[in-house]
Write a protein that binds this ligand. Structure first.
Ligand code: PMP
Length: 411
C-alpha cells in the first residue's frame, strides 16, 4: 500500500468557496504570450493594466527617506494617521467630500479594499449588482466572499453605462451593493454627473442598497471630461457608500500596493477587522510614498494624460478603419473595448472558424502575434480589450498586424 505524501496524491480539491473561480483569462493570455516571446516570436502584448510611466521621483525619494528614518515597522492597522490625513485632504480638495480620518481606510491596493469591504459586509446569498463589462476581479471577489454577482449587460449602444431602469429591475430584497466603476476597466466609459443622477434617484428609493464606486482611473480622463463621484453629487448617499480609489494608476504605483476608501465608520471598522487577520497593515514604506504622491505636485498628471489621449486617438482611429471592428471613443482609463461582431462567422487562412471573441483573440495571438483580451473575460461579448499603455511604435505595429489579420479572414 502506498501512502499519499503530497497534496496532489491525496486528491486535493480546492475549497468550495473558490471552486467556481479559475485563473483569470487575462493572466492565462499573458502567460501564453510570454511563453511565445521566450520561444523567440515577436509578440506584442496589449494586455497590461498598468501605466507605462515610472513612479514620480518625489514619491521614490519619500520612500527612501522613510526607510532612512526607520519607518520599517508595522503601522496602524488600516493606514497611518499621516496617510489618512493626506487622503482626507485629497477627497476634500479633488472631490468635495468631507471624510473624517476615521471614515478612511488604507489597504494593499484597491483590490484589497474591495476584498475587505465585501468580506466585511456580505452574508451568504447577498447580491451585488455589477454592470458588464466589468473588471474581472469584481465577480470573483464577490463569490469568494459568499455573495452572488448579478451581472447587468451594458453594451456599446448604451455607451457601456448602466441605466436607471436596468438598476430598478435588478434590485431585490437580497441586494446588498451596487458596484460602479468610472472610468471603467475595460471599456474606458465614464459617468458624467448627468449619467449618475438617474441612478442616484433609484438608489435613494431603495435605502437597503449600498453603493460601492471604484474611482481608480479618476485622473485619466480625456477631452475635458469632468470627473465626478456619486457621494460628491448626492451627500445623502454618504452614509451608505464606499468611495474607492488608489495611487496605482494615477501615480504609476501599481507595485507599491496602496489603495484607499472613504465610507461610513461602522463599515470602515469592520473592514479593519478583516485586514487585521490578513495583512496586519499596508506596507509602511509605500504609505510614506503615497503621502508624497497625494500631497506633492500634480502637474505631471496632465502631461501623462495628454500622452494617453494621443494613443487613444491613434488606436480608436485605426480600429474603426478595419472592416468588422467597431470602437466607441472612451472617456478615460487606458483601454479600448472594441466590438468585433463583424468578424464572427469568418474563416481564418488556416481554416478555423471565428465563432466567438475568444476565437478572434486566439487568432490574433497565434497568427498576428498580438495579445489582447476577449470581452468574455469581462462578461460582455463580442468585444476585445486593448490596453494602450504601451509605446506608440508597438501600438502602430500591433494595429498594422491586426489590420492585416482581419483582411486575411474569409467572409
Ligand atoms: N479597480 C480597477 C477598475 C482596476 O483596473 C484595478 C487594477 N487593474 C484595480 C481596481 C486595483 O488596483 P490596485 O489593487 O493596484 O490598487
Amino acid at each position: 500500500m502506498t501512502i499519499a505524501t503530497t497534496i496532489e496524491e491525496a486528491g486535493f480539491q480546492p475549497a468550495s468557496r473558490i471552486a467556481s473561480i479559475g485563473v483569470s483569462t487575462i493572466l492565462q493570455i499573458g502567460a501564453r504570450a510570454n511563453a511565445m516571446k521566450r520561444e523567440g516570436l515577436p509578440v506584442i502584448i496589449l494586455g497590461a493594466g498598468e501605466p507605462d510611466f515610472d513612479t514620480p521621483d518625489n514619491v521614490k525619494e519619500a520612500a527612501k527617506a522613510a526607510i532612512d528614518r526607520g519607518e520599517t515597522k508595522y503601522t496602524a492597522l488600516d493606514g497611518s494617521p499621516e496617510l489618512k490625513k493626506a487622503i482626507a485632504g485629497k477627497f476634500l480638495r479633488e472631490n468635495g467630500i468631507d471624510y473624517a480620518v476615521d471614515e478612511i481606510t488604507v489597504a494593499a491596493g484597491a483590490k484589497q479594499i474591495l476584498f475587505n469591504a465585501f468580506m466585511a459586509s456580505l452574508n451568504p446569498g447577498d447580491e451585488v449588482i455589477i454592470p458588464t463589462p466589468y473588471w474581472t476581479s469584481y465577480s470573483d471577489i464577490v463569490e469568494i466572499c459568499g455573495g452572488v454577482p448579478v451581472l447587468i449587460p451594458c453594451d456599446a449602444a448604451a455607451g457601456f453605462r448602466l441605466k436607471a431602469d436596468q438598476l430598478e429591475k435588478a434590485i431585490t430584497p437580497k441586494t446588498r451593493w451596487l458596484l460602479l466603476n468610472s472610468p471603467s476597466n475595460p471599456s474606458g466609459a465614464a459617468y458624467s454627473q448627468a449619467d449618475y443622477l438617474p441612478l442616484i434617484e433609484v438608489m435613494l428609493r431603495h435605502p437597503h442598497v449600498w453603493l460601492m464606486v471604484d474611482d481608480m482611473y479618476e485622473h485619466i480622463v480625456y477631452d475635458g471630461f469632468r470627473f465626478t463621484t456619486p457621494v460628491a453629487i448626492e451627500p445623502r448617499l454618504k452614509s451608505r457608500a464606499l468611495t474607492v480609489n488608489g495611487v496605482s494608476k494615477a501615480y504609476a504605483m501599481t507595485g507599491w500596493r496602496i489603495g484607499y476608501a472613504g465610507g461610513p465608520k461602522a463599515l470602515i471598522k469592520a473592514m479593519a477587522v478583516i485586514q487585521s487577520q490578513a495583512t496586519s497593515c499596508p506596507c509602511s514604506v509605500s504609505q510614506a510614498a503615497a503621502i508624497a504622491a497625494l500631497n506633492g505636485p500634480q502637474d505631471f498628471l496632465r502631461e501623462r494624460t495628454a500622452s494617453f489621449q494621443k494613443r487613444r486617438d491613434l488606436v480608436v482611429g485605426r480600429l474603426n478603419a478595419i472592416e468588422g471592428l467597431d470602437c466607441l471613443v472612451p472617456e478615460g482609463a487606458f483601454y479600448t473595448f472594441s466590438g468585433c461582431a463583424g468578424v464572427l462567422g469568418t474563416t481564418t487562412p488556416s481554416g478555423k472558424t471565428i465563432a466567438t471573441d475568444a476565437d478572434f483573440c486566439a487568432y490574433l495571438l497565434d497568427e498576428a502575434h498580438v495579445a489582447v483580451v476577449p470581452g468574455s473575460a469581462f462578461g460582455l461579448s463580442p468585444y476585445f480589450r486593448i490596453s494602450y499603455a504601451t509605446s506608440e511604435t508597438d501600438l502602430v505595429e500591433a494595429l498594422d498586424r491586426i489590420e492585416r489579420a482581419c483582411a486575411a479572414l474569409r467572409r
